[in-house]
Write a protein that binds this ligand. Structure first.
Ligand SMILES: [Zn+2]
Length: 363
């Protein structure tokens, strides 16, 4: 299988985030991308490909041009304030109730106002290399899509930063541009097909859902932790099914804490069946591995072998697959779990190494 990878993800290297009122080490770190790269290189069965530039048009086909403009200039604008702050992070966020009944707010001129206008959390810091890395992650996704249109049955894009929390006019959740949504939209425009998105990240992909909420041609199926207890809290409930022309084209399966391999596979089967009835032969997969039992953010109980089986079942759907990396924060096993997933896609056997991270103590 071809793997699209760019070392420029290393430019996005935030050291902290703010979670639950505490400054904590960032979870979305460069080591994630390198864990995956190393595991796939060591496997020997994957061929690495550089991304090619696709410009801004595929991004603004999905995102507000103002969001692209903001992210492109955010760091230099922030540096000019001269405060010495090491990251850009909001302390004020545009809550919808602030202007309830009053129409939309204009974009503020001040850097502190602007970050809260475009960003919704304190988990998604901007550092000097963020924009370059985020732009290249989009090109990784589009190059992966291009490989599949060019005849590959499946290709994998090692996108970092991830994307599925970024909405049309908002970023957050470690995500700046929605790589999967941009790839899906690009494929729709290229082929005229209905392109499904299968989102198996531990978190609901609120951004992908929002972008295609009123669309029938990009059906969105997500399997995730119940937002009643977990980020992103405000989207991903079972009764959210799309609206207008997109009524019925969103399928959410919120799952309980402690979800097992068996429960998870049943949800995967339901999602595959649902997508089979609503999409043509292309599928974008938002591949998150924060469903893993050892993940520091998640609370599912999945083990390494299940990733191989999920891959096998997704491949058995018969779709051509654009597989894009989203989350996954237990870095020691991240690459290995992605490797098993992709081996499952290819019909290669499960290949558990000498060291398994599964079990109550992990590694
Ligand atoms: Zn996630």
């Amino acid at each position: 299988m071809r793997v699209v990878y760019s070392p420029s993800h290393l430019l996005h290297d935030p050291v902290f985030e703010v979670s639950g009122g505490r400054r904590i080490p960032a979870y979305e770190v460069t080591g994630r991308g390198e864990s995956i790269r190393r595991a796939l290189e060591a496997d020997g069965g994957f061929a690495f490909v550089d991304p090619t530039g696709h410009g801004e048009d595929p991004i603004t086909a999905v995102h507000d041009p103002g969001l692209l403009r903001y992210l492109a200039g955010a760091w230099s604008e922030w540096r000019q304030r001269g405060t010495g702050a090491e990251v850009i992070m909001p302390d004020t966020v545009l809550h919808p109730a602030l202007r309830e009944g009053m129409g939309p707010a204009p974009e503020p001129g001040s850097p502190c106002g602007r970050i809260g206008y475009w960003c919704y959390d304190t988990a998604t810091p901007i550092v000097p290399g963020t924009y370059r890395a985020a732009r290249d992650a989009v090109d990784v996704a589009l190059t992966t899509a291009e490989l599949v249109l060019g005849g590959e049955t499946a290709a994998y894009g090692l996108c970092r930063p991830p994307g599925h929390h970024a909405a049309r006019a908002m970023f957050g959740g470690y995500c700046y541009f929605n790589n999967a949504a941009i790839a899906a939209e690009w494929l729709v425009r290229r082929t005229g097909q209905r392109v499904g998105i299968l989102d198996v990240d531990y978190h609901h992909g609120n951004g992908s859902q929002q972008i295609f909420w009123k669309r029938q041609d990009v059906p969105y199926a997500s399997i995730h932790a119940d937002p009643n207890r977990t980020y992103p809290y405000y989207a991903g409930h079972a009764d959210e099914a799309g609206a207008g022309a997109g009524a019925g084209a969103t399928f959410n399966q919120p799952l309980a804490a402690g979800t097992t391999d068996e429960d998870y596979l049943a949800a995967v089967d339901r999602a595959i069946d649902w997508l089979a009835a609503r999409s043509d032969d292309l599928l974008v997969v938002s591949l998150g591995i924060d469903t893993y039992g050892q993940d520091p953010i998640g609370d599912f109980a999945l083990t390494t072998p299940v990733y191989h089986e999920v891959g096998r079942r997704v491949a058995a759907s018969g779709r051509r697959l654009v597989i894009l990396q989203e989350g996954g924060y237990f870095v020691p096993a991240l690459g290995e779990n992605v490797r098993q997933w992709l081996r499952g896609i290819e019909g290669r056997p499960l290949d558990l190494g000498p060291r398994s991270w599964d079990g109550p103590t992990g590694g």
